[in-house]
Design a protein around this ligand. Structure first.
Ligand code: ASP
Ligand code: ZN
Ligand code: NA
Length: 881
C-alpha cells in the first residue's frame, strides 16, 4: 500500500521555482491560498521540457493558469497527491487558487488552527497540504507572503522575513505582506495569525547590526517568556563566538503554540515552538523544563545556519542539519551549564533510547537509504546518534581544524541544498584528514560493540590493550565493515594518578589522556615505560557511541569512581558498578533466592554523600541508579518484574542504609532553597537535584519526619521543581490520604495551565504502584485531557507506556491492548503522533515468548484495523517483518 522511496533514485529537480508569491485569505470555515510560482526548466538538465508534476494533498483546486492562460481539466491531471501538466516554454508562471481547511486539520501538518490561532508546520512535507508546489528541499525559492484575516480575531499576521506592507480591508479585515530575501525550500515556510502578545528585545550582532527579537504568546502567557528571550540572546552570542555565525535578517520571531507534533521548528525568521519549549518561569516550569527551553531555543536558532542557509538536498540527508545542530546545541548547553552533567544526561538518554532503536525493527543508518514516510525518520538515530557522529569528527580533527571545516562548509555551500558527503568533504579539505572509512558511521546502522582486554608485561614494562570491534546485523544489513572508533583513554597508577602515555614507536610520552583510533576489527596498542599494572579508563567522555566491555571487577570500578580524572568516567564507573549489582539481584530474583545487595554499592554512595567538595549535580547523577528502560536495553531477554523488583529492592536498601547522610544533605539543601529566590542556573539546578533525589530515596523509608518534610516542601516552596518532586514522591508513597489531597490541590491550583497539567498527568502515569492502567484510563476522562493535543498524549499515554514498565507490560497484555487502541484512534486524527506512540510495541523481541505473542498480536490488530496512514503502516509492518 505505501511505497518505498530510495536514496539511489534521487534525481535533480526538472524545474526550479525562482519566486513564490503567496496570498492567504483566512476564514473561519476555509482558507483560500493563491500561489504564483515563477518557474523555469532546471538549466543543468537538457533543454527538453518534461511533464511538470507538482505535489499537492487535500487541496481543492479552484483555478489554475499557465502564463495567464486559464487551464481547463483537459490541460492537466489531478491525483490525490499530484497535479501534472505540460509546460511549453523553458520559463513560465503558474498561478493557482486552492481551498483548504485548516479549521479541521487535526494532523497538525500544513496550515492548522491551535487554540484559535492559525499556524503552520511544513517540515518535512507539509507544504503540499497548503498549495501545489515542488515540495522538496532542493527547490529553493524567494517568497513573498500576504496574509489577510479578521482584524479582531487575528490582529497579528506573520510570515517569514521582513514586513513590507500592511493595510485594512472592508468587512473588519486587514492584511500584511512579508518578504523573505533569502531563498528557501518550502519546508521552512511559516505563517501565523492570531491574537498574540509579544515581548520584544534587541540584539546587536558582531558587525553592529541591530536585530529586533520578538516572542509571541497568548496573552495569559506573557509572564513566562523572559527565560526564552535570555536563552535566545545567549544563543546568538554563542554562535558568533564559537562558530563565527551572525544572524542575517532584521527581525527574529518565535511563536508559541499549544498543539504541535514536535518540539519546535526553525522556519526562516519565524520559529514556531511547542509552548512546552518556550514558556518557563519558576512557579510553573521545572529546572529540566528551563534547561529544555534554553536548549531548544538554541537548537532552532542555530538552524538558521546549519539547516537554513545551508540546507539538505533530500530528506535522506536529514542528519546533515539535525545531527550537526544537536551537536551545536549540546555544546552550547555544556558551555552555559555543567559540561560533565550535560554529557552524562545525553549519554544516558542515547544509551537507553537510541541504542534500543538501533536494536529494533526500525534501525537505520544516520543517513538512511530508504523510507516510506519521512516523518518516521525524525529519530533518535538521526538526531542523537547524528550528533555523536559530529562529536567524533570534532574529536578526531581537534577544535581548530573542526572550526576551519565548518567555516569552509558554510562558505562553500551558502545558499545551497547539500549532502552529508559535502559536509564531510569540507571537514576533510580543511583538516587534511581522510574520513573515507569514518563515513561508515553514516551508512551502517546498529550499535558497534567494542571488547577490550589487557596484557601487562612487568619485565618489558609494557601494557597492551587489545580491541575487538563488531556490529550486530540490522534490517537489510547483515555484515558490517569496521568503523573508525575514537577511544579517548588514560591509564591510572595504584594511587589513582594518570600515567604519561607513550605508545610503542613514539620518541616520548605525550599527555595523560589521549585519543586512539580503532579502525580494524582487531587491533592492539602497546604503551611503554609502564612500571606497574595500571587500570585503564576507557572511552572517556563517551568518545564514541559504542557498547564497550572491559572485565572490570567491582573494586576496580569503585577505584575509578573515586580517582578517574575524567568526570564522565567517574559517573560511568558508578553506573557499571550499579549495573553489576543490579544484574546480580535480577538473577537472585529469577532463581527465587533471597535478595542480597552488595554492600560495596552502599559504601561507594556513602562516600559520595559525605564528600562536601563534590559537585552536587554529580552526586545526584551518581545516586541515580540505571533506569528500568536501560536495564531492559542491556538484557538479552528482559524480565520486567525481576528488573523492577531488583531495582526497587536496591533503592529501598540504599535508602535505609544511607538514611543519615541523605537526610543531612536533604535538609541542608532545602534550607538553602527556602532562603534563595529561584534562579535557573547550574549551581541552583545542582542543589535542587541533590535535594530532590535525596527526598525520593528518603520517602522509601516511610518515616513520619520524611512525610512531614515532603508536605512542607510541597506547600512552602516557590518553584515547580521542588513542588513537582514533592508531588511525585507523594504519588509513589504509601500515604494515600496525603497523595490524594496533594493531587487534588495541585489540579485545582493549576487547572488553567495546560503545561502544568501535563506534568500532573505524567507524574501519575509514571507511578509504578499497582493499577496503573486503570489510573491512566480514568485520567483520560479528565476534562483537561484530550487526544487532540500531542503534549497531552505524550504526558499521559506516552509516559505510561514508556516509563511505567511494570504496569505497561502487565502479563495479561492489558497495557498492550490499551496502547494499540489509542494508536488506532490516533491514526485517523494525527498519524505522526500515532506512529511515535507505538514505539514500545515495536520492541517485542526483547521479551520472553508469552509477552512477544501478546505484543505481536496487538501489532497485527493495528495492521488489520482498516485504513492506515503511511506513518503507522511503515512502523507496524516493519516491526512484524
Ligand atoms: N526541524 C525541527 C527540529 O529539529 C523538527 C521539526 O519540527 O520537523 O527542531
Ligand atoms: Zn532540528
Ligand atoms: Na526558593
Amino acid at each position: 500500500q505505501s511505497k518505498t522511496i530510495y536514496l539511489k533514485d534521487y534525481r535533480a529537480p526538472d524545474y526550479l521555482i525562482d519566486e513564490t508569491h503567496l496570498t492567504f485569505e483566512l476564514f473561519e470555515d476555509h482558507t483560500l491560498v493563491h500561489a504564483q510560482l515563477v518557474m523555469r526548466r532546471n538549466p543543468e538538465l537538457s533543454a527538453e521540457l518534461p511533464v511538470l508534476s507538482l505535489d499537492g494533498q487535500q487541496l481543492e483546486l479552484l483555478r489554475i493558469t499557465l502564463d495567464d492562460r486559464e487551464l481547463t481539466a483537459a490541460d492537466y491531471q489531478l491525483s490525490d497527491s499530484h497535479l501534472t501538466l505540460q509546460p511549453t516554454q523553458a520559463s513560465f508562471v503558474i498561478d493557482s487558487t486552492v481551498r483548504i481547511h485548516p479549521e479541521s486539520n487535526t494532523a497538525l501538518e500544513g496550515l492548522y488552527k491551535s487554540s484559535g490561532m492559525f499556524c503552520t508546520q511544513c517540515e518535512a512535507e507539509g507544504f503540499r497540504k497548503i498549495t501545489y508546489y515542488l515540495d522538496r528541499p532542493d527547490v529553493m525559492s524567494k517568497f513573498t507572503t500576504t496574509v489577510s484575516g479578521d482584524k479582531q480575531k487575528y490582529p497579528i499576521l506573520l510570515s517569514n522575513g521582513n514586513p513590507i506592507a500592511s493595510g485594512s480591508e472592508e468587512g473588519g479585515r486587514h492584511w500584511a505582506t512579508w518578504e523573505d530575501p533569502f531563498k528557501k525550500p518550502a519546508y521552512l515556510f511559516a505563517l501565523v495569525a492570531g491574537d498574540l502578545w509579544c515581548v520584544e528585545d534587541k540584539f546587536t550582532t558582531l558587525s553592529s547590526r541591530e536585530v529586533t527579537l520578538r516572542i509571541y504568546v497568548e496573552p495569559e502567557n506573557i509572564d513566562k517568556v523572559q527565560h526564552a528571550m535570555d536563552s535566545l540572546k545567549k544563543s546568538m552570542k554563542w554562535d558568533e563566538e564559537v562558530y563565527g555565525r551572525e544572524y542575517d535578517l532584521d527581525i527574529f520571531m518565535i511563536v508559541a503554540v499549544n498543539d504541535f507534533n514536535m518540539g519546535a521548528m526553525e522556519n526562516k525568521g519565524l520559529n514556531i515552538f511547542n509552548s512546552s519549549c518556550v514558556l518557563a518561569r519558576a512557579e510553573t516550569a521545572t529546572d529540566a523544563a528551563h534547561q529544555r527551553v534554553e536548549a531548544v531555543v538554541a537548537h532552532e536558532y542555530f538552524h538558521n545556519w546549519s539547516g537554513n542557509r545551508v540546507t539538505c538536498r533530500d530528506w535522506f540527508q536529514l542528519s546533515l542539519k539535525e545531527g550537526f545542530t544537536v551537536f551545536r546545541d549540546a555544546e552550547f548547553s555544556a558551555d552555559m551549564n555543567s559540561r560533565t552533567v550535560k554529557r552524562i544526561e545525553d549519554v544516558a538518554y542515547l544509551r537507553t533510547h537510541q541504542f534500543a532503536e538501533d536494536a529494533g525493527p526500525m534501525a537505520h543508518p544516520v543517513r538512511p537509504d530508504a523510507y516510506m514516510e519521512i516523518s518516521n525518520f525524525y529519530t533518535l538515530t538521526i538526531y542523537e546518534k547524528g550528533s555523536e557522529v559530529l562529536r567524533m569528527i570534532h574529536t578526531l580533527l581537534g577544535n581548530q581544524a573542526f572550526r576551519k571545516g565548518s567555516d569552509l562548509y558554510f562558505e562553500r555551500h551558502d545558499g545551497q541544498a547539500v549532502t552529508c558527503d559535502d559536509f564531510v568533504k569540507a571537514m576533510e579539505d580543511a583538516s587534511g584528514i581522510d574520513l573515507t572509512q569514518f563515513k561508515r558511521w553514516y551508512t551502517q546502522a546498529g550499535t558497534p560493540r567494542l571488547a577490550v582486554s589487557e596484557a601487562f608485561d612487568a619485565t618489558a614494562r609494557t601494557y597492551t590493550l587489545n580491541f575487538t570491534q563488531s556490529c550486530p546485523a540490522t534490517p537489510g544489513q547483515s555484515d558490517k565493515l569496521p568503523f573508525v572508533i575514537p577511544v579517548e583513554l588514560g591509564l591510572l597508577d595504584a594511587r589513582g594518578n594518570d600515567l604519561p602515555l607513550r605508545l610503542q614507536g613514539e620518541a616520548a610520552a605525550s599527555g595523560t589522556s589521549r585519543v586512539l583510533s580503532v579502525t580494524e576489527a582487531q587491533q592492539s596498542f602497546t604503551f611503554v615505560d609502564i612500571a606497574e599494572q595500571p587500570l585503564p579508563s576507557l572511552l572517556r567522555g563517551f568518545s564514541a557511541p559504542v557498547k564497550l566491555s572491559f572485565p572490570y571487577d567491582r573494586d576496580q570500578l569503585m577505584f575509578l569512581m573515586q580517582h578517574d580524572s575524567d568526570g564522565f568516567n567517574r559517573w560511568e564507573a558508578g553506573q557499571q558498578l550499579s549495573v553489576q549489582v543490579l544484574q546480580e539481584l535480577i538473577g537472585q530474583q529469577q532463581r527465587g533466592e533471597a535478595l542480597v545487595l552488595d554492600q560495596r554499592l552502599v559504601t561507594a554512595l556513602r562516600s559520595l554523600l559525605q564528600d562536601g567538595r563534590l559537585d552536587q549535580a554529580m552526586v545526584a547523577e551518581m545516586l541515580s541508579l540505571p533506569g528500568e528502560a536501560y536495564l531492559t536495553e542491556i538484557s538479552e531477554v528482559a524480565d520486567v518484574e525481576a528488573i523492577h523488583g531488583a531495582r526497587e529492592f536496591a533503592r529501598q536498601q540504599l535508602a535505609e542504609a544511607l538514611f543519615e547522610p541523605l537526610w543531612q544533605r536533604y535538609q541542608a539543601n532545602r534550607e538553602v532553597s527556602k532562603g534563595t529566590p529561584y534562579v535557573a542556573e547550574a549551581e541552583h539546578f545542582a542543589r535542587r537535584s541533590l535535594q530532590n533525589i535525596a527526598l525520593s530515596y528518603l520517602m522509601l523509608t516511610g518515616k513520619p519526619e520524611v512525610l512531614a518534610a515532603t508536605l512542607e516542601q510541597y506547600e512552602a516552596c516557590d518553584n515547580m521543581t521542588e513542588r513537582l518532586t514533592a508531588l511525585a514522591v507523594l504519588v509513589n508513597s504509601p500515604f494515600e490520604a496525603e497523595r490524594g489531597k496533594a493531587l487534588e490541590a495541585f489540579a485545582e491550583h493549576f487547572k488553567d495551565n495546560a503545561l502544568v497539567m501535563d506534568q500532573w498527568f505524567s507524574v501519575q502515569a509514571a507511578s509504578t504502584l499497582p493499577g496503573g492502567l486503570q489510573r491512566v484510563q480514568a485520567l483520560m476522562q479528565h476534562p483537561a485531557f484530550t487526544l487532540k493535543n500531542p503534549n497531552k498524549v505524550r504526558a499521559l499515554i506516552g509516559a505510561f507506556a514508556g516509563q511505567n514498565l511494570v504496569n505497561f507490560h502487565l502479563a495479561d497484555g492489558s497495557g498492550y491492548r490499551f496502547l494499540a487502541d489509542q494508536v488506532i484512534t490516533l491514526n485517523a486524527l494525527n498519524p505522526q503522533i500515532a506512529s511515535r506512540l507505538l514505539a514500545p510495541l515495536t520492541r517485542w523481541r526483547k521479551y520472553a515468548a508469552a509477552r512477544q505473542a501478546l505484543m505481536k498480536a496487538e501489532l497485527e490488530r493495528i495492521l488489520a484495523s482498516g485504513e492506515l496512514s503511511a506513518d503507522v503502516y511503515e512502523v507496524v509492518s516493519k516491526s512484524l517483518a
